[in-house]
Design a protein around this ligand. Structure first.
Ligand SMILES: NC(=O)c1ccc[n+]([C@@H]2O[C@H](COP(=O)([O-])OP(=O)(O)OC[C@H]3O[C@@H](n4cnc5c(N)ncnc54)[C@H](OP(=O)(O)O)[C@@H]3O)[C@@H](O)[C@H]2O)c1
Length: 340
């Protein structure tokens, strides 16, 4: 021991200092510091750990859980005691993710189920299978995402981003409603089942385009289609929050910031190279999606857009809010496109 330097007191705990609200908002508006790992580290210093059994007895399905943020979300949920269903489109990749999760946490309860979110018939098939197998679902994370290089249509004729980010999740939520309702017992009002849309900060660059939802007009750009449908997810979460309030189900959307995933490396190689060490780890990117399933606060509200555990504005420009008729048009689009 160095003379004159007192030995550390093991009972003394590090004080958690929440980031002042104004500083937090400034990080958010400046984008790069807020979305990168710097924003995460600054904010996380003030967070309290969730109880290790926060999700014990709860079953949560995560779509696109074969890698990237979906697998990290599953890992975070499992660490809090949840039983997790990995909803994947490729069984081999899903089983590989399950093996990694079990290696990290032997004894974890993890199932793999196949579903192509962009294929509405397959969504119906998966949901029917889930209703047969499961008693209740306490959480559903709509994480599956794509950023196509060129305009692609599904077999049913829907643009791929629209089908994967909007139509598939809308249909899946409705088809799983009996299970979500069973996961929201009326005698536990503070503990509803929670549906979470993993949107993107990229949605701030897009307005709600119900005039051309399939991106048939103008020059197609995968980035623009991605941003438009990520905007739709945020509005859809608000609409579903109203629709499912009577069923006691909470619906939220969030954005993960910028995380280093196979999707970012493959679809945005220039961005991936440029942002390199600033990118969040997958665990950091998945944190809010996990927290939304486990924390008390998001169980007491619905229809909120979150980033780093804080509600965020859905528009930064004045008068950005979508008029009611456009919101109604999005709802009608989803209902019509997913009608059996
Ligand atoms: N990483 C970021 O910085 C970032 C930022 C903002 C938002 N996000 C959002 O976060 C989510 C996850 O992104 P990520 O970066 O982890 O991407 P990723 O590495 O590309 O992972 C995407 C996952 O979605 C799955 N998927 C794609 N289409 C599917 C479909 N039709 N049916 C079922 N699964 C499908 C993929 O499955 P396969 O293994 O079969 O390909 C993969 O597991 C996405 O919604 C994305 O928009 C990410």
């Amino acid at each position: 021991m160095i003379i004159g330097v007192p030995a550390p007191d093991p009972r003394r705990r590090l004080r958690r200092v929440p980031l002042p609200r104004l500083l937090d908002a400034a990080l958010d508006r400046l984008v790069v510091p807020g979305y990168s790992r710097l924003g995460y580290l600054a904010r996380a210093a003030g967070w309290s750990a969730l109880p290790p059994d926060a999700l014990a007895g709860r079953t949560v399905a995560v779509t696109g859980a074969s890698g990237g943020l979906g697998e990290a979300t599953a890992a975070g949920l499992v660490a809090l005691g949840a039983e997790v269903e990995l909803v994947v489109r490729d069984r081999g990749r899903g089983e590989a993710a399950r093996a990694r999760l079990l290696e990290a946490r032997p004894g974890a309860r993890v199932t793999v189920a196949c579903c192509d979110l962009a294929d509405l018939d397959d969504v119906r098939r998966y949901a029917a299978d889930a209703r047969d197998r499961l008693l209740a679902l306490h959480g559903l994370v709509h994480n599956a995402g794509v950023l196509p290089a060129e305009r692609t249509e599904t077999a049913a004729g829907h643009e791929l981003c629209l089908a994967t980010h909007v139509l598939g999740p809308f249909l899946l939520t409705r088809e799983l409603l009996p299970l979500l309702r069973a996961g929201s017992p009326p005698d536990r009002p503070g503990s509803p089942a929670r549906v979470v849309f993993v949107s993107s900060g990229g949605m701030y660059t897009a307005s709600l385009r119900t005039d051309d939802p399939e991106f048939r007009e103008g020059r197609y750009s995968g980035g623009a289609a991605y941003a438009r449908t990520k905007r739709m997810q945020v509005v859809l979460a608000e609409l579903l929050a109203d629709d499912l309030a009577a069923a006691g189900v909470a619906v939220h959307s969030m954005h993960p910031g910028w995380a280093d995933t196979p999707g970012v490396a493959g679809s945005l190689p220039g961005f991936h190279r440029f942002t390199g060490p600033l990118l969040r780890t997958v665990e950091q990117g998945a944190d809010t999606a996990v927290w939304l399933q486990a924390a008390r606060e998001p169980g007491r509200c619905s229809g909120v857009f979150w980033h780093d555990r804080v509600p965020r504005p859905t528009h930064y420009l004045p008068r950005g809010e979508e008029p009611p008729e456009e919101r109604a048009a999005l709802w009608a689009l989803c209902v019509d496109a997913t009608a059996a």
